[in-house]
Design a protein. Structure first.
Length: 555
């Protein structure tokens, strides 16, 4: 089982956080979205000074001044400074009065909105129709502040533009009309606060997870025939929070409940993205098949324009690749052809979806769903099937390519990459006389592609197992009578290929081989000076939380 405890470190700095509480829609460093009238009214109400005989206005002002000073503290969590960073929740005497006032005024707005709603609406339905705050002690502005806060560098904004539209803003809009979803946004926000504020802020996050459960239970009682679709999405995201907290049994229980209630066609498309992505991650970490039935919403079924004219060639190459792979009852020729055909097409897609073009979510989902099913069934066969190890390695290489091709529009955690690579290297270590056995089963073409992919990934992540894989790749090269980098590149170009990844990685891998095995011919014209590029001191800085999810650019 893969270790899913992947979210321990913080990857933000105080540079990206405002010194004062501001309406949530201005806190992102992307283009600001227009605040809804309801959101603006809530923000104004939370910021308005409270006038009463107990001096609450002065105490609120002092508390906000203290918050500003703390947020502007010089301490950074990016390795540049070890100065501590304290957050507003660290001291409670002054803040408690502030929170009480904000909570009371938010409750007043909640009541006003309920009174203004249509008189024919059911009272229970009205209570979950409007956005204010998930509890009396939660500041709606703070949720927006932390939810939208990120440290995305300016030069990466355009790359992750589709993330803002499909994963961040759309979920915030769902929260405008759903109390369960807004409680999820609160958990996302408090998780970021816990990362920046240290362990003293984590109890707030744990408490918020409990509030999500309370909201879900309340909705189930109101609607015994089945929960609202937004509540089902909240149940799935609760599973994600458990995955993040390394509670895989709990996350599995939540996803089983989702599977019991869900009507996939009734889930909003942004909710579908979250539910299915979380289900696939749970399946990956537990080596099980997905809990949810396979389903792709209509908007994601159409091929992107960049793919329509390439489909035939993609599946021609996919069939050729499949014929050169070890196969079994869980990874048949048809399955392999379909996998490689879809992967060729995905690698051919525009790296960054053009404005107005929906990212190929349907294609990514179909690939990952198939991979989870194949790997789970191969695992069940166990060591009794001699083809289990080759199939696990091939599907792991496919998965690494899927992640590289979709990194600018699907959530990824660096530790998820590392976990998959770890499983692959352990599988390789237990595969006796791997090169010879693979050659007997299917030749060497697929093995060269798998070994190259794993070696390049190990090197990119600066992992220590490169020597073992390097030796296997060298043995395979000698058996295939490949002596030059150009020959290797020619072989690899018939397999799924990423123009922004493979050329540089080929140079890197060949230099590594040449440094250890001098009989190989040196690269004639390397693409770039990879010696300097290999040592990236900011590798960990290539990942960020955008909204409530982690994204990672491994290149």
């Amino acid at each position: 089982m893969m270790d899913a405890h992947a979210f321990d470190d913080a990857f933000f700095s105080t540079d990206s956080l405002p010194g004062d509480v501001a309406p949530p829609h201005v806190l992102t460093r992307w283009d600001s979205q227009q605040a809804s009238p309801r959101q603006t009214e809530a923000a104004k109400l939370a910021k308005a000074p409270a006038q009463d005989s107990h001096g609450h206005s002065r105490r609120r002002s002092e508390a906000k001044d203290a918050r500003r000073r703390r947020l502007q503290a010089p301490g950074r969590l990016d390795g540049c400074s070890t100065a501590p960073l304290t957050m507003a929740g660290d001291t409670h005497d002054d803040e408690s009065a502030d929170e009480e006032i904000v909570s009371g005024r938010a409750d007043a707005l909640w009541q006003k909105q309920r009174n203004d709603s249509n008189a024919s609406d059911d009272a229970d339905r009205a209570s979950s129709k409007w956005l204010t705050t998930p509890s009396r002690n939660q500041d709606v502005e703070e949720i927006g502040q932390w939810y939208f806060a990120c440290q995305l560098p300016e030069h990466d904004i355009e790359f992750f533009r589709s993330v803002q539209d499909n994963w961040v803003k759309d979920m915030w809009q769902m929260g405008q009309n759903s109390e369960p979803i807004f409680s999820v946004l609160g958990a996302f926000a408090l998780h970021k606060k816990a990362l920046l504020g240290g362990p003293q802020a984590r109890p707030e996050y744990i408490e918020q997870k409990g509030k999500i459960i309370q909201n879900i239970v309340t909705d189930l009682r109101r609607h015994p025939s089945g929960p609202d679709p937004s509540t089902i999405v909240a149940m799935a995201i609760l599973a994600y929070l458990d995955i993040r907290d390394n509670q895989l049994d709990a996350s599995g229980t939540h996803l089983q409940a989702v599977a019991k209630f869900v009507d996939m066609s009734a889930i909003p498309v942004q909710g579908w993205l979250y539910c299915t992505w979380i289900d696939l991650r749970q399946a990956l970490f537990t080596s099980q098949e997905p809990s949810l039935p396979f389903y792709v919403p209509v908007p994601f079924r159409e091929l992107p324009s960049s793919l329509r004219n390439y489909q035939r060639e993609a599946f021609r190459l996919g069939g050729l690749n499949a014929s050169q792979c070890p196969r079994s009852s869980v990874f048949t020729l048809d399955m392999a052809s379909d996998m490689f055909g879809k992967l060729h097409a995905l690698c051919h897609c525009s790296e960054i979806p053009p404005p107005g073009e929906t990212p190929p979510f349907g294609q990514v989902y179909a690939l990952e769903y198939g991979l989870r099913v194949i790997q789970a069934r191969a695992k069940r066969n166990g060591e009794g099937d001699v083809l289990t190890a080759p199939i696990m390695l091939i599907t792991s290489a496919i998965q690494l390519h899927v992640w590289m091709a979709s990194r600018f529009y699907t959530p990824q955690a660096r530790e998820t990459h590392l976990g998959l690579i770890k499983v692959a290297t352990e599988t390789m270590a237990g595969f006796d006389d791997m090169v010879t056995q693979w050659y007997i089963a299917a030749g060497l073409e697929s093995l060269l592609w798998v070994l190259f992919t794993l070696l390049a990934s190990l090197h990119a992540h600066e992992l220590p197992q490169t020597n073992e894989v390097l030796g296997l790749l060298y043995k395979a090269l000698r058996m295939a009578r490949i002596n030059t980098c150009e020959d290797l590149e020619k072989r690899l170009r018939s397999w799924p290929w990423l123009e922004n990844w493979h050329p540089v990685q080929i140079d890197t891998v060949w230099q590594m081989l040449g440094g250890r095995y001098p009989d190989l011919v040196p690269r004639i014209a390397p693409t770039q000076n990879v010696a300097g590029a290999a040592q990236d001191p900011n590798k960990a800085r290539h990942r960020w939380f955008l909204g409530g999810l982690e994204f990672y650019n491994s290149l």
